[in-house]
Design a protein around this ligand. Structure first.
Ligand code: F6R
Length: 612
């Protein structure tokens, strides 16, 4: 598609989309707009409100139709799309002709009639001039879930379980998310004269790639947009990151292979994709993989391959090139990201005479089950008991406090947040687990307990100065030469991204004030993994250390059968780590860069990107 616009950040994206809508309205004051809800278009609406207030953009003759609404749904409920549209747009502009599907309808007949009338109303208004869309992780547009036909019209639909899981936070639990909805059909959307699809953030990268580069199929309803004559796609860099243009730059027509890094990644990717050792690659293999130009641009393909092999061998750590006498700060957003993603490397680093600190970003209390707290209290867990003894209000015994907690757990309304007391007990559960892990790895824990975590609508609340100051203190206390950071931003609640924001702001202050520069190592493994050609450093280890690492992960007992497993991976975290680490090592074996003695032993590898 040549109508994909990639912009560096969300605000620029929203300004561009709002500018297009404003332009349409200025040329056609009675424009008919199709609108979407969800987190993606919020900034577009904010910009339209600004254009109305500051530049007099006039909506008085505009008619709008929203894509969808949950069923059942009262329009005044905070979760309703009707409420969303008033809050973000209609309460702030002069548009009277707005329509959102009715979530209060009951019988099938009534719903069927409403849907037919909605279609008719759109037609009577002259059809949609422009339809704004987000994309769901199932590939839905509107609530057209996988399987929706290309010619479907406005109708009653059943929501996909992934869609409901993604909405769970808004409803304080997936069980409260309605199962049904009314949505415009794919055909209704495709009838619009112009379509703008927006997607932002790393969690959308995979589905964006499938929708824009995979098969056009009802399994991914958004893929049908490619058959529309005027569909524009607006992405931020992270949503675009899986598109081949970005993830495999060597496939670009103008790729310049005089750049060693591009050559290295292209050859590793080719070797990996053809499942053939680097040393066996031929010019025709490269041709087949779409990088034939590489063979023409180097004087000797054999020499180019040998250069990459030598380089790669240096990147495969064999205890000899581990850092020594270095201060290493690993920033672990949740209390178990460290052990899941780099438990083996941290262990080796500590054994190799480095000072290893692990700073845990958030307490992780939201992911501890009430019943686990009750069980620990019942078993007189010393850490929890001494906290209660130290913090019992005057005149209350430990038993009284137990009763308060029990009453809270059994009698509160579903979705009600934890009291500060319960939250702190949950925090202590996780600090105990993480602290044990650090002791076993030989690292020193720092529990940052960043405050942003306790703000419910995390997604819309930026990190505060308090978060930044806490992070800054950790940097000053540890004066790191290496900082290990998460390279995965696809965790269910966006916590990694917010920790990263706090860190970046703190790092800027730290460095500006004369703090010594450090090298960044980025890790993955809890939610995703680097491709072998993305890795800069491969920390290879054997079965014994893998078993130690699994033990470290399993010590996070509160996270077995996790409350927030992510919606697409049924594996426990220790299984994800083991499978990913094994797959990484297998890939290195296929490339043919491991010493022969290691070629057949069951080995594992954690992968890092360095200095990005
Ligand atoms: C909203 C809608 C949905 C969303 C999609 C993305 O009216 O129909 O298709 O556009 O689920 O949601 P966000 O933007 O919250 O990621």
């Amino acid at each position: 598609m040549n109508n994909i616009h990639v912009l560096p950040e969300y605000s620029a994206l929203c300004r561009a989309v709002a500018a297009r809508i404003a332009d349409l309205i200025r040329h056609k004051p009675e424009a008919v707009l199709g609108l979407a809800t969800g987190s993606t278009p919020i900034g577009v609406y904010a910009e339209l409100v600004r254009l109305h207030r500051e530049e007099g953009l006039d909506f008085s003759q505009v008619t709008t139709f929203n894509l969808d609404e949950y069923l059942p749904m009262n329009p005044d409920s905070p979760q309703s799309y009707s409420h969303f549209m008033r809050e973000h747009l209609f309460d702030h502009i002069n548009c009277a002709n707005w329509n959102v599907p009715d979530g209060t309808l009951k019988g099938d007949e009534e719903i069927h009639q409403f849907c037919a009338d909605y279609e008719q109303k759109i037609a009577d208004a002259g059809g949609l001039d422009l339809q704004l869309l987000g994309i769901g992780r199932t590939g839905h547009i509107g609530f057209n879930e996988p399987g929706s036909p290309q010619d479907s019209r406005t109708r009653l639909v059943i929501l996909d379980s992934l869609t409901r899981a993604d909405a769970a936070d808004d409803f304080y639990g997936v069980e409260n998310v309605p199962v049904r909805a009314i949505t415009m059909g794919v055909g209704t959307i495709l009838d619009a004269r112009e379509i703008i699809l927006m997607a932002t953030g790393p969690r959308k990268a995979e589905i964006v790639q499938e929708a824009l580069e995979g098969k056009i199929t009802s399994k991914i309803p958004a893929s049908f947009l490619r058959e529309h004559v005027n569909a524009q796609v607006y992405l931020d860099e992270s949503a675009a990151s899986h598109l081949s243009e970005y993830s495999r730059p060597w496939l670009r027509a103008n790729a310049n292979f005089s750049d060693f890094d591009l050559r290295r990644r292209a050859l590793i990717a080719t070797s990996h994709e053809l499942d053939k050792p680097l040393s066996k690659l031929t010019a025709s293999d490269l041709q087949q993989a779409g990088v034939g130009a590489l063979a023409h641009q180097v004087s000797s393909l054999e020499a180019a391959i040998q250069e990459v092999e030598r380089d790669l061998q240096k990147r495969v750590e064999d205890d000899g090139n581990l850092p020594k006498n270095t201060s290493i700060l690993c920033l672990s957003p949740h209390p178990d990201d460290d052990v899941i993603c780099c438990g083996a490397t941290l262990t080796k680093m500590a054994q190799n005479g480095n000072r290893v600190y692990v700073a845990y970003g958030v307490s992780g209390s939201n992911a501890v089950r009430d019943k686990d707290v009750l069980a620990l209290l019942r078993a007189q867990h010393p850490r929890l008991i001494s906290y209660i003894e130290d913090n019992a209000p005057p005149g209350q015994t430990t038993q009284d406090v137990f009763d308060v907690i029990r009453t809270e757990i059994f009698e509160r309304e579903s979705g009600a947040p934890d009291s500060v007391l319960l939250r702190n007990l949950k925090r202590l559960v996780r600090e105990g687990e993480a602290g044990d892990g650090c002791r076993k790895m030989g690292a020193k824990p720092l529990f940052l307990d960043l405050p942003f975590y306790y703000v419910r609508e995390q997604k819309t609340v930026p990190v505060s100065d308090d978060d930044v100051q806490i992070m800054l203190k950790a940097l000053r206390e540890t004066s790191p030469q290496i900082v290990m950071l998460t390279g995965e931003k696809s965790d269910p609640h966006g916590t990694h991204e917010l920790c990263a924001q706090a860190f970046e702001r703190a790092a800027e202050i730290y460095l500006e004030a004369g703090g010594a520069p450090f090298v960044r190592w980025e890790y993955r493994g809890a939610w995703e993994e680097y491709e072998v050609w993305e890795g800069d450093y491969f920390s290879v280890f054997e079965k014994e250390l893998m078993e130690t690492k699994i033990g470290l992960i399993l010590d996070h007992i509160s996270q077995l059968d996790p409350v927030f497993p992510g919606s697409t991976d049924a594996r426990e975290f220790y299984e994800r780590a083991r499978d990913r680490n094994r797959a990484n090592a297998r890939q290195l074996q296929t490339l043919g860069v491991l010493p022969a003695s290691r070629s057949f032993a069951p080995i594992y590898a954690e992968v890092f990107q360095i200095g990005k």
